[in-house]
Design a protein around this ligand. Structure first.
Ligand code: ATP
Ligand code: LTN
Length: 333
C-alpha cells in the first residue's frame, strides 16, 4: 500500500549543468529505486543563491534540470518532482532548525570550508547556514533514506544530529533518516585532476563531463583523461587514481566488476581503455540527452509537472511544519 512505502528524498542545486558525477552518485540511484519508495526529488534553487547566480540562467537551468530528472527515469506520476522555492515550508522549518543547530557544528562542515575558500569575496550567512536549510528540506518530508553522493554524507549526518536534538527535547517529531550512498559511483573524480571530486563548478572544463554534453566533446575529454606512467588497467585508487576513476565510471556504465574490467583490458594500452570508457559513457548518456531535449520543447508539460509536484510536496511539508510550530510554542493561526 502507498502509505506503507518507505520515503526517499533528495535534491540537487541547479547551479550548473548536471555532471556525470551527480548522475552516477545520485540521480541514477533515485531512478532505480523509484518503484520501491515514495519519492520526493527537487531542484534546490534556494541553495544556489548562496553563490551569486545569473537570474535568467538559474530559471533556465531549474527547468532543464527537471526535464533531465524525468529523462533519467523519474516518472512524474510515481515521484513528486518540484522546485524548492515553491514550497515555502522548507525556509520556515529552516528558521526553526537554525535555533537547534550550533555554530561550532556548522564551522566543521567541509563543504563550507571549501566553498568559502572558493568564494572568499562572498562568504555570506546563507553559505554558512546552507546545511540547516538542507536539514529542513529533508526532515520536513520524514524520509527514511536520502540518496546522495559521498560528499553530502556529512550534511546528512548533521541533519540526523539536529533531528535527534529536537526529538530529545520535544519527543519523536522527526524521523531520523539514513544517507543512501551507492557502492560504486559515490565519488567520481575529475578527469584532469583525479585526486579532486568531479564538480560542476570545476574551473577546468576538461575535468568535468556533463550529462547532456555533445558526444564528440565527451569523447575528447575521455581521450585526454589524466592517467599514470604504467600501462596496466588495475584498480588501485591510491597509486592509480586516474585509471581507478575511469574503471569506476566504466563499471557504472556497463555493470561489470573491477575484476572483469582488468581481464577485459589485460595487455591493451590505456588508449583503448579510455576510448572504451568514453564510448560506454556516451551510450549511457545518449537516451537521457535525447529525451531531455524532447521534453524541453514542451514547456507546458514541465510547468504542469512542477506545479502538481509543489502542491503534493506542500501538503506533506505543511503537516510537519504545523507539528513543529506547535511543539515550539507558536500560537496556531
Ligand atoms: P558544486 O560544484 O556546485 O558544488 P557538484 O557538482 O558538487 O556541485 P552537487 O549539485 O553538489 O554537485 O551534487 C548533486 C548530487 O550529486 C549530490 O547528491 C552529490 O553528492 C552528488 N555528486 C556530486 N558530484 C559527485 C561526484 N563527483 N561523484 C559522485 N556523486 C556526486
Ligand atoms: N546539498 C546538496 C543539495 C541538497 C540536498 C538537499 C540533497 C539540498 N538539499 C536535501 C539531499 C537532500 C548538494 O549540494 N548536492
Amino acid at each position: 500500500m502507498e502509505d506503507q512505502k518507505k520515503v526517499m528524498l533528495s535534491g540537487i542545486q541547479p547551479s550548473g549543468e548536471l555532471t556525470l558525477g551527480s548522475y552516477l552518485g545520485a540521480i541514477r540511484n533515485w531512478a532505480e529505486r523509484a518503484d520501491q519508495f515514495d519519492c520526493y526529488y527537487f531542484m534546490a534553487d534556494m541553495h544556489t543563491i548562496t553563490v551569486r547566480q545569473n537570474p535568467a540562467e538559474l530559471r533556465r537551468r531549474t527547468v532543464s534540470q527537471l526535464a533531465a530528472y524525468i529523462a533519467c527515469g523519474l516518472d512524474p506520476e510515481k515521484n513528486t518532482l518540484f522546485i524548492q522555492s515553491h514550497v515555502p515550508a522548507h525556509a520556515q522549518l529552516g528558521w526553526v532548525l537554525n535555533c537547534y543547530t550550533m555554530y561550532g557544528e556548522l564551522t566543521r562542515m567541509t563543504q563550507f570550508k571549501a566553498k568559502s575558500a572558493q568564494h572568499a569575496e562572498n562568504i555570506n550567512a546563507g553559505l554558512f547556514d546552507y546545511p540547516v536549510l538542507m536539514a529542513a528540506d529533508i526532515l520536513i518530508y520524514q524520509p527514511d533514506y536520502v540518496p546522495v553522493g559521498d560528499d553530502q554524507k556529512q550534511h546528512v549526518e548533521l541533519c540526523r544530529d539536529i533531528a535527534e536534538r529536537f526529538n530529545g527535547i520535544y519527543g519523536p517529531v522527526f524521523k531520523v533518516p539514513e544517507p543512501y550512498i551507492p557502492k560504486v559511483g559515490a565519488r567520481i573524480m575529475s578527469l584532469s585532476s583525479p585526486e579532486d571530486k568531479m564538480s560542476k563548478s570545476d574551473h577546468d572544463p576538461n575535468g568535468c563531463v556533463y550529462l547532456l554534453e555533445d558526444p564528440a566533446v565527451m569523447a575528447k575529454k575521455f581521450k585526454r583523461a589524466v592517467t599514470d606512467s604504467e600501462t596496466s588497467v588495475r584498480f588501485d585508487p591510491v597509486n592509480k587514481p586516474g585509471i581507478s576513476n575511469l574503471m569506476q565510471i566504466y563499471a557504472c556504465a556497463t555493470g561489470r566488476t573491477y575484476d572483469e574490467i582488468e581481464k577485459e583490458f589485460d595487455g591493451m594500452g590505456y588508449g583503448a581503455f579510455k576510448t572504451a570508457v568514453g564510448d560506454a559513457t556516451i551510450e549511457m548518456c545518449r537516451p537521457i540527452r535525447e529525451e531531455t531535449e524532447r521534453l524541453l520543447k514542451d514547456k507546458a508539460y514541465l510547468e504542469q509537472v512542477y506545479t502538481a509536484g509543489a502542491e503534493k510536496a506542500s501538503y506533506i511539508a505543511n503537516k510537519t511544519l504545523r507539528k513543529v510550530y506547535k511543539k515550539v510554542g507558536f500560537v496556531p493561526r
